[in-house]
Write a protein that binds this ligand. Structure first.
Ligand SMILES: C[S@@+](CC[C@H](N)C(=O)[O-])C[C@H]1O[C@@H](n2cnc3c(N)ncnc32)[C@H](O)[C@@H]1O
Length: 359
């Protein structure tokens, strides 16, 4: 292509578009640091906008570094700055950056940003061989990031909104039934449900050693007695139709063998049982995802770095990936596995769709 084909205005705006991606990546790194160093917590706790001297003192850090960080954050409009260069958080920023109990709290994915980006070095090999990396390749911090990412929403909505939306499930849980949470991560959902329904017995299954370690530590600290956490490769799901409720929260698209997993769920579930399938609100085609999902590029990127990589971490992995389990594909796969009823629940979530699947 000749240089004369280049329109200088288009070149300038295209270059700007490319470099805004780098700006986003670098600012994401600064958000990771703000979270990790307690800078957002310090800003949220302050009663008035602070100078960087005050912020550095409160956080126990070196002022010159805090000042440069604050300039990045204010320039990116993540934090507020006034004419005297005093910095603060809006109420909305405090919810997203500094309030772990708020459902919009968003520091989980930023927590694991260094581990996620470190996999870039492994990617050229994966692109050549086809083989990806499971969740343990991000180390313990990877599991903590997932935990911090999912628990705020689950804490706010799983018990009061999601379980009551399932036909007959809370009554069964109150009476006492077996429950399995497959792909349980650090066990937050299991501990919530087990604490609320002491007559039922809960088992969390995950193949991540780091997630299972976190779950075991939290189980001990919680005092909950009706929950256990196991690796399904050593303690497989029961195959005697004895589990009344199965939950899979944001994990089927990460699995190397999702169809076989659905078949195992079908063998585990009671004839009147319920499978709560929570997965990303994906559409059927790339074109639809790109047009209708404002986070599509983020999700396809996370897929390469995490979800699809996990789903390709065995040589014959299915590789669904972050946007790979649309409603229609989930319906088809569930039907192939022997489930006959499939209902989308009317639950509002920016990222996930919720389905009640039954034998
Ligand atoms: C995105 S995380 C979701 C964790 C958890 N459900 C939550 O909401 O915090 C996906 C999890 O699925 C797990 N996973 C992947 N393949 C699995 C399999 N075959 N069996 C059980 N867990 C699996 C991963 O180890 C990871 O912990």
């Amino acid at each position: 292509m000749a240089d004369t084909d280049i329109d200088p205005d288009k070149l300038a705006s295209y270059t700007f578009q490319v470099f805004t991606k780098l700006e986003g990546a670098v600012t994401a790194g600064m958000i990771h640091l703000g979270d990790r160093l307690g800078l957002y917590t310090a800003l949220a706790e302050a009663e008035r906008p602070m100078t960087t001297d005050e912020l550095a003192t409160l956080a126990g850090l070196h002022e010159r570094w805090v000042r440069e960080w604050a300039y990045n954050q204010a320039a990116a409009r993540i934090i507020d700055v006034d004419a005297d260069e005093c910095f603060s958080l809006s109420a909305e920023a405090a919810a997203v950056l500094a309030t772990p109990s708020h459902p919009s709290y968003g520091m989980g994915l930023f927590h694991r940003l260094p581990q996620t980006m470190r996999t870039l070095d492994d990617m050229p090999d994966s692109f050549r061989t086809g083989l990806g990396h499971d969740y343990d390749s991000y180390g313990c911090e990877g599991a903590i990031g997932i935990e911090r990412g999912f628990e705020p929403w689950n804490n706010a909505f799983l018990l009061p909104v999601v379980l009551p939306a399932l036909d007959g499930v809370t009554t069964a849980l109150e009476a006492g039934v077996n429950v399995a949470d497959v792909g349980c991560g650090a066990g937050g959902a299991v501990l919530l449900m087990a604490g609320a329904f002491p007559n039922s017995t809960f088992t969390g299954y995950d193949i991540s050693e780091y997630a299972l370690e976190r779950a075991a530590t939290k189980l001990e600290a919680s005092g909950v007695r009706n929950a256990t956490f196991v690796d399904p490769r050593s303690t497989s799901l029961p195959s005697d139709n004895s589990v009344r409720l199965i939950t899979t929260l944001d994990c089927i698209h990460d699995m190397t063998h999702p169809q076989e997993m659905m078949e195992s769920l079908r063998a585990a579930i009671t004839p009147d049982g319920t499978w709560l399938l929570v997965d990303i609100k994906a559409l059927d085609t790339f074109a639809d995802n790109a047009r209708k999902n404002p986070m599509a590029s983020l999700m396809y990127g996370i897929s390469v770095l995490a979800c699809m990589s996990s789903a390709m971490s065995e040589p014959d992995g299915a590789g669904l990936g972050t946007l790979g389990l649309s409603e229609s594909r989930a319906r088809e796969m569930a039907a192939v596995a022997g489930f006959t009823r499939f209902r989308r629940l009317d639950i509002d979530n920016p990222v996930n769709a919720f389905y009640e699947v039954r034998p």
